[in-house]
Design a protein around this ligand. Structure first.
Ligand code: GDP
Ligand code: MG
Length: 163
């Protein structure tokens, strides 16, 4: 079976944009049963000749943005436990917010390897956020623009040792 990557991060950082870019039309599973698995999409990703299973975690857009609700925690924890590597995405333009720090703390407690990804890094607006992200403790982030397709080769290089 294919190695598995989970994209985790707070709402609106660009997780689904990356998922859609990597999976395109090859969506393996969309389950929209309300409240059950609508939060989770998986598909087969292709990245520069590398094939893997990818999970997009979502569905907490309605929740309080300043806390990590139980549903998000459970769903993301399940995805991380299943994954060979977690892509932890932050928004380089918005910078690091408390919810990013909370997710980081909890990823540090997991045995799943973490690749930090600073999305929305096109142009210069992300420079401050990229610096701030160093304090999360996962090393230099992969600088990505999921929307513009920039940084894909760097993402490939960061994932390769884990897949
Ligand atoms: P999610 O909630 O983490 O799944 O985030 P989405 O993929 O839904 O994206 C949230 C918003 O960020 C959308 O308006 C996207 O168009 C935007 N976005 C995603 N990737 C990028 C990027 O690389 N650069 C910029 N500037 N915006 C992006
Ligand atoms: Mg999403």
């Amino acid at each position: 079976s294919l190695p598995t990557v989970a994209i985790v991060g707070r709402p609106n950082v660009g997780k689904s944009t990356l998922f859609n870019r990597l999976v395109g039309k090859r969506l393996a599973l969309v389950d929209d049963r309300p409240g059950v698995t609508r939060d989770r999409r998986e598909g087969e990703a292709h990245l520069l000749g590398l094939d893997f299973r990818i999970m997009d975690t979502a569905g907490y857009e309605d929740e309080d943005p300043d806390s990590l609700p139980g549903r998000m925690r459970r769903q993301t924890q399940a995805a991380i436990d299943e994954a060979d590597v977690a892509l932890f995405m932050i928004d380089a333009r918005a910078g690091i917010v408390p919810l990013d720090e909370e997710i980081a703390r909890w990823l540090r407690g997991s045995s799943t390897p973490v690749v930090l990804v600073a999305n929305k890094a096109e142009g210069r607006a992300g420079e401050q956020g990229i610096l701030e992200s160093l304090a999360l403790g996962f090393g230099d982030p992969v600088q990505l623009s999921a929307e513009h397709g920039e940084g894909v080769a760097d993402l490939f290089e960061a994932l390769l040792p884990h897949l």
